[in-house]
Design a protein around this ligand. Sequence first.
Ligand code: ACO
Length: 353
Amino acid sequence: MPNGVSLSLTGPMAGAGTNPAAGMALVGCGSALPAVSISNEELSRRVDTSDAWIRSRTGIGARRVCGPDEPLTVLASQAARRALEHAGWRPEDVDLILLATSSPDDLFGTAPRVQAALGATGAVAFDLTAACSGFLFALVTAGQYIASGAVRRAVVIGADQLSRWVDWDDRRTCVLFGDGAAAVAVEACAAADTGLLGFRMRSDGSRNACLTLAQTDSRAALLGELSTQKGGFAPIHMNGQEVYKFAVREVPAILQELLESTGVAPAQLDWLLLHQANQRILDAVAERFAVPAERVLSNLAHYGNTSAATIPLMLDEAVRDGRVLSGHLLASSGFGAGLSWGAALLRWQGPPG
Ligand code: ACO
């Protein structure tokens, strides 16, 4: 086995033996973005950078940024509400809300706030943290609850507000990230109709230091000689070159495994739906599988890296503008801090935008 801990599955999902409705159909999507957009030119007024440098190294042209009165709960709830509307569900139809985020409003959990905002009174709601792999990991997790028969309808949200945790004076990181939220509505279906045709998930904590949003080493006096750790996090720290090398090595490898195990050839894919971190990473993966550029989904130019939100945000945009159609096959991969990475073969079955 390669580095890291691995989980994978292909074909009928876990639980298929006990539950005849063991498939998971992707039937709705929605997204929400803050209104404020900051261009590369604007950012170059704050840090020593340029539009030419950022575009040529990353493909990013602008990013959306939340103001102080725009909590993650609001963005995530808007995205989820739109996914419910798209699927034609009422909030009370939802059994499970999974919120993939690394930038919660509340470390005890932000998903319950989203549940309350939606009025999804019958849903259990909790957060899941796996950085930029978070949405993919959450989608697979929802798939397991559905496959076991425990849950019939779920909303999987990817939402991040890394503007809170970026050092806006560090040009190596602040140009990369943006804020956003997006969600997918998934429901039980017959195993033969599943939209989650296979997946792979990996973690390698030995490389954690490559990309961190870590607790600061700050102490608070408690009693006499006793002290405790004081809560608080340092800004995002990243070894960009290591993360880049990790991505261009591991993403093609995990996608290759997934395609081989599902018996799907790259030419059968309608779309590559990758985490939007860097256009050069997207291009490298596409080249490896000889997927033409017009079948590689990318919106980096407008939004940058919105962490857990990138994959559903891209999916929502492409469904709404009519590129992704019902029945289309998508190979998706999320990767990032942890380090964590994963891939899933998906079939979109929802209505048009
Ligand atoms: N503007 C201008 N110059 C810059 C900037 C900037 N914004 N940032 C770095 N530079 C400079 C550096 O200081 C360095 O200058 P020096 O040679 O004088 O020291 C030079 O550019 C080259 O720096 P590198 O770090 O070698 O640049 P590189 O080509 O590797 O690009 C980048 C950096 C874009 C960050 C790239 O490494 C990358 O995309 N890595 C992957 C990042 C990523 O995807 N992270 C998110 C993962 S997802 C998640 O989980 C959050």
